[in-house]
Design a protein around this ligand. Structure first.
Ligand code: ZN
Ligand code: ZN
Length: 360
């Protein structure tokens, strides 16, 4: 395993601690503490609006808001597990929680998610918000097709996209720009759509926690080392710093949705636990980029997962088929709780995984 520890937004912990102080202070200290927060925010180069939003998010998390009904449906992944749907090297999932519906990633081919949603009789026209986990083409290529198609019915459909800092950084390639998000940003904004860029973690709705860029505590190396990224600090190896995951806080534990998991699933779980101490992980759904992992890496990952009490794994996209089986065995999970994700397969809180026929 390659050791390359990368610490992103190291200021986050200090700032969060400060926000907690704000919450327990007596009223006469509130004004001076607020001034201190604004001062800290300015020294950390955080905009006041962003600072307010982060403080609100932190307070919300400490109150531990939860979602009670949750269904995750895979709309793009490699395997087609039933007689409906198109398989591809890509990822997309529809998240439905307490009546709110959000699309996470949009597939690799421009029309895969559109077609699969139709095949599965899922209407996406009332889905107004999207999360893009990172800039890779196999997660973002369906956005324009879906936005243009759905806005015919509802102008607000897919009109807000949550992304993490770094998603618009240039990736010099051969030839030209290798980051599809740069051209896509212009095209998408021309339709009236808006990107919300997250520098740090945020509770985007009650019980929905978006990690933003994930601190890389452990040296998981879940990306190909061939690319370069132009960051404010210069041209460096592309570790996909914009990789973010969605964490849903439920009464049964955390449900973690990843795109490719380039930040490393253990780093993602570790960061999640900082927000929700003592919460077990009820499910991981999505791509974990473990398909090229060695036996040693897979064993390490599975052993670490035990610490988080992972109860279900719907390993889709780049998780790797062998990786799902190895993790299942190492964690001692039953066949029904660790499954290769397929188009149309679901995770339902309280019910577990419904795999496609082929993936059973
Ligand atoms: Zn991917
Ligand atoms: Zn990726």
């Amino acid at each position: 395993m390659r050791f390359s520890i990368i610490r992103l937004h190291g200021c986050l912990t200090d700032f969060r601690a400060e926000s907690r102080v704000y919450k327990v202070m007596r009223p006469r200290w509130v004004q001076s503490t607020a001034t201190l927060i604004i001062f800290l925010a300015s020294t950390l180069n955080i905009q006041p609006v962003e600072a307010q939003r982060n403080a609100a998010a932190t307070n919300s998390r400490s109150e531990a808001k939860q979602v009670h009904a949750l269904k995750v449906t895979l709309l793009s992944t490699m395997l087609v597990g039933d007689t409906t749907g198109l398989g591809e090297w890509g990822f997309s999932a529809l998240i439905e929680a307490d009546g709110r519906r959000v699309l996470l990633d949009t597939g690799a081919h421009p029309d895969t998610v559109l077609q699969n949603a139709r095949d599965l009789k899922i209407n996406l026209s009332d889905v107004e918000e999207v999360i893009l986990t990172h800039y890779h083409w196999d997660h973002v290529s369906g956005l324009m097709t879906l936005r243009k198609e759905m806005m015919k019915t509802n102008p607000a459909a897919l009109s807000v996209v949550h992304v993490a800092r770094g998603i618009f950084y240039s990736r010099p390639g051969q030839p030209g720009e290798a980051n599809p998000m740069i051209a896509l940003k212009k095209e998408y904004e021309a339709t009236g759509g808006k990107f919300v860029e997250h520098d740090v973690a945020a509770e985007i709705f009650p019980g929905w926690w978006l990690t933003g860029p994930v601190p890389r505590k452990y040296p998981e190396h879940n990306w190909s080392s061939t690319g370069k990224v132009r960051t404010p600090a210069g041209l460096v190896e592309d570790t996909i710093p914009d990789d973010q995951s969605l964490v849903l806080n439920t009464p049964k534990g955390l449900v973690v949705i990843t795109g490719c998991g380039h930040a490393g699933i253990i780093n993602i779980l570790t960061f999640s636990r900082e927000q929700f101490p003592d919460q077990p992980v009820q499910a991981i759904v999505g791509g974990l980029h473990l398909f090229p992992a060695t036996d040693e890496q897979l064993n390490w990952t599975a052993d670490k997962m035990k610490d988080f009490k992972v109860a279900n794994l719907l390993g889709a996209h780049c998780t790797g088929i062998e990786a799902v089986y190895r993790i299942r065995e190492r964690l001692g999970l039953p066949r029904s709780s660790a499954v290769v994700g397929s188009v149309g397969s679901t995770f339902v809180l309280g019910e577990g995984i419904h795999p496609g026929q082929l993936a059973k």
